[in-house]
Write a protein that binds this ligand. Sequence first.
Ligand SMILES: Nc1ncnc2c1ncn2[C@@H]1O[C@H](COP(=O)(O)OP(=O)(O)OP(=O)(O)O)[C@@H](O)[C@H]1O
Length: 389
Amino acid sequence: MSVFSLRDINKSYAGNSILKGVSLEAEPGEFIALVGPSGCGKSTLLRIVAGLDHADRGEIVIGGEEVSGKAAGDRNIAMVFQSYALYPHLTAGQNIAVPLAMRRLSTAGRLPLIGAMLAEQRRVRADIQRQVQEMAASLKIDHLLDRKPGQMSGGQRQRVALARAMVRHPNVFLMDEPLSNLDANLRVHARGEIVELHRKAGVPTLYVTHDQSEALSMADRVAVMIGGRLLQLDSPRRIYDDPAHLEVAKFLGQPRINVLQTVVDNRGLVQAGDVRLAPRSHLKSATAVTVAFRPEFVRLAGAGEGGMPARIERLEFLGSEVVVFTKLAAMDGVVVAKLAPSAAIGLEAGQRVELKLDPRTILLFDEHGERLAASVATVSAGQEEVLHG
Ligand SMILES: Nc1ncnc2c1ncn2[C@@H]1O[C@H](COP(=O)(O)OP(=O)(O)OP(=O)(O)O)[C@@H](O)[C@H]1O
């Protein structure tokens, strides 16, 4: 049995189906980022795994054990929330000690005066103190142990919350946007820290985020959930370069992937600008398909090179790149190109240009959004010749 897996998790609220058969299996020590548009069911899934809510159907395995019938406290998971959920009246040290005290001290042992009088409980307390110190040292927050949350910065609170989650050696980490309250610089720094801590702890982690660069940069695999369905679970590179579904392709990438609606021609080919694609499976003429290509794979054609005629609508200068919004002359489509600043010198709104696509990066999807395998084809003397596999 795997260390952490979900099988066919279903959940409805008041007759509305929110999770529709979500399954995933984590490799030991794997970091999985769960992304998807607002309302797709990410937090609901996390709450169900944590035992804070219950699935209508499905199986949850944590630490090699089916835990659906177990209470949250018996699942040995650690959760880090966006809000950090620290107790405001306790110091950082006391906050970190809470899960250990709950697990290891008796009710009497947790009382300050009585606990101090019980020899065995005193020994356990000292041991907890030692673990808190060690964890604080490894997260470099030992100097904060006597401060209350109100006396710490957002980044410091976030580390205390991480320390509290890690000190108990859980079977699974669940993180719900743990970095979203930090400013941009601190966020990038904290990403690296969390990945490093995760690597040391070697515990499977399910990490919910709205930030796709966080997901792509931190995770071993990214799970894309749309409308309560897990559409793809794959390495960051495959999720981005090789999306299985149009919704996955549209969700990831900034600016969004370009999408053009077209149909299969009477030779069974699909025209994408001056590129022709040959779908691997036979599609009848006039079948509706979607052609998609990322803005970074669109460039402006040189003089006499040919390409898709378009008109520049708007330019956005972003420092390291320039985003060019164009309207195609032929199809009723908008195409966005992401150019290096040097390639955008002198461009202005209203200008007519020709666009070239990188043929090997064009993706094809059927009318249900499922990916279609396709090769690039060229026409030579009236004959179709498939050039690239
Ligand atoms: N207790 C509840 N009762 C009824 N509906 C709920 C409940 N909890 C969540 N929902 C609904 O379930 C859907 C999924 O919510 P959820 O919070 O899981 O989404 P999410 O993907 O985490 O969204 P966000 O990214 O905005 O946090 C939403 O439509 C929400 O309104």
